[in-house]
Design a protein around this ligand. Structure first.
Ligand code: GLN
Length: 539
């Protein structure tokens, strides 16, 4: 029988509820339990796919092609699982289902209301995830902050669900902030107390409190929180700011959070196996050598916009004993080759991540050109592949006006063009080529050697593709198409084998990198950096 853990947040947003959910998931998995994690987002968009990364951060794509919240990336990375459309529920998707049922006549005669129709649909989503995964634990994280108007139906649905599932089958974990007042040198508990009062006024008494804090919480402060929030003393946990998010599960394990959660759910504790995670954290703490990778994108003011890319770089860095620093580069700043050279002169590698629209494209092309001409290791992701092909077409293959129809609808040299199946697609929500597709690698290519196999599956999110009409000339001029869809029609990986690492892919490998298992393409990039450094040291 599945047990439920509901995670809410108090006082402020961006508390790291997703990391707490993922960490608890990790600790339960380390005890041999199966875990599924579901995110409930209160906004009205059906999914985050149509939102600007500035609003929402990265859109994380699952194998089954769902465009989801970036917290699902944390869930996958911490619990090493592959999630599904059902793992991300938004108010928009709930309302969409309820309104569609109303139009079909499924509620004939009834007035359709938030309670019970919307709350029933929310509960149905919890049941759907339970049915799909049959997990020992379903952890459900509710986005937003307690007190927000828009999250109310979710909280009400949880209240009902907990009653229906029976006492002892679910717990509520409230993640909250203890602000530190520098002037008086105190941690303040009052905002958290108020947040718990509000949660209680909705009918939910949390069993566990996770207190986010900059400094350690004293025994007295924990006891005060317990007393005022009506929580057992042993159920108040400290969650301090950490250098690495991967330290959080271990910090919570030290306080026996999973053991206590199991006790509250009337289950026996088991000895966790965290050896490999401990090794990972030790490696993170002890890695001294540093390298710098330039990430040239459009949303560089908001680091969350490229969170999976940054994590993938860190994972691969660790494999080669490097701490990876990211140099955020607004691609628009690479105005000409001289400036680009200067901006890239102090980096060890270049990554061009995914993106949409024409802003910053010329700067990206300059950056890739510099990387190609100076043998700076380069990895292009999705839009990064498209720019890599345009750059090669313009500067090597002599197609000086090469472009993508995304950036210039009327270009005479569309080396990148809308995919055939996209030509009649109307609307923007969920209409791209999304999710996992197979790709066949060319024997002996750089990509094939990196993966060490012939066929791979990777996740996609795009509308445009390399135009087959230009493949021949690009190949004749030395660009290798090293990965293709099984029917041979879609170029999925391109590479320039003369450089140490000049590889770009149409998919998003960053969604499949794991802290304990770095992705082959990111590893290839960092390995090239390492080899170049070793060579330089020998000279
Ligand atoms: N804008 C490009 C396309 O739609 C690339 C998308 C991306 O980088 N995810 O094909």
């Amino acid at each position: 029988m599945t047990k439920y853990i509901f995670i809410t947040g108090g006082v402020v947003s961006s508390l790291g509820k997703g990391i707490v959910a993922a960490s608890l998931g990790k600790l339960l998995r380390a005890r041999g339990y199966s875990v599924a994690i579901q995110k409930f987002d209160p906004y009205i968009n059906v999914d985050p796919g149509t939102m600007s990364p500035f609003q929402h951060g990265e859109v994380f794509v699952t194998d089954d092609g769902a465009e989801t919240d970036l917290d699902l990336g944390h869930y996958e990375r911490f619990t090493n699982t592959s999630l599904h459309q059902i793992n991300n529920v938004t108010s928009g998707s709930v309302y969409q289902t309820v309104i569609a049922k109303e139009r079909k006549g499924e509620y004939l005669g009834a007035t359709v209301q938030v309670i019970p129709h919307i709350t029933n649909e929310i509960k149905a989503r919890l049941q759907m995830a339970t049915k799909h995964f049959s997990p020992d634990f379903l952890i459900a994280e509710i986005g937003g902050t307690i007190g927000d108007i828009e999250s109310l139906p979710f909280i009400e649905a949880i209240r009902q669900f907990r009653l229906e599932e029976g006492i002892g089958n679910s717990i509520s974990v409230h993640v909250t902030l203890l602000p530190y007042l520098q002037t008086s040198g105190e941690l303040k508990t009052k905002p958290s107390q108020h947040s718990v009062y509000v949660l209680r006024s909705y009918g939910i008494q949390p069993e566990i409190l996770v207190c986010r804090t900059q400094i350690p919480i004293s025994k007295q402060e924990k006891e005060k929180m317990a007393l005022f929030c009506s929580v057992q003393k042993e159920c108040v946990f400290e969650c301090k700011d950490m250098k690495s998010i991967y330290e959080v599960p271990l910090a919570l394990e030290e306080q026996n959070m999973a053991g206590i959660a199991l006790k509250l759910l009337n289950l026996k504790d088991k000895k966790p196996n965290l050896t490999s995670w401990e090794n990972l954290v030790n490696k993170i703490k002890n890695t001294k050598n540093e390298i710098t990778v330039a990430l040239a994108g459009k949303y560089t003011e908001l680091n969350d916009a490229y969170i999976s890319v940054v994590e993938s770089l860190k994972h691969a860095g660790l494999e080669y004993d490097y701490k990876v620093n990211v140099k955020w580069l607004a691609s628009e700043d690479c105005k000409n080759m001289e400036i680009t050279k200067e901006l890239l002169s102090d980096v060890d590698a270049l990554v061009i991540p995914g993106g949409f629209g024409v802003r910053g494209i010329e700067g990206k092309l300059n950056a890739i050109r510099y990387a190609r001409e100076s043998n700076l290791p380069f990895l292009g992701l999705c839009l990064g592949l498209q720019c890599c092909v345009i750059e090669y077409a313009r500067n090597v293959a002599g197609l000086v006006n090469a472009n993508s129809t995304e950036f210039d609808e009327h270009t005479k040299t569309p080396v990148i063009d809308l995919m055939t199946e996209q030509k009649n697609v109307a609307g923007y929500g969920g209409t791209m080529r999304l999710g996992s597709y197979p790709c066949i690698l060319k024997d002996g290519s750089v990509a094939q050697k990196a993966y060490g196999k012939k066929q791979i599956e990777e996740r996609h999110r795009h509308r445009y593709e390399v135009n087959n009409e230009y493949k021949k000339i690009l190949q004749e001029k030395g660009l290798v198409i090293s990965g293709c869809s099984p029917d041979g029609l879609l170029a999925e990986i391109v590479e320039y084998p003369k450089n140490d690492w000049h590889v770009a892919c149409q998919f998003h490998p960053e969604f499949k990198s794991r802290p304990e298992e770095a992705h082959p393409l990111f590893k290839g990039l960092i390995k090239a950096v390492k080899n170049q450094k070793l060579r330089k040291n020998k000279q």
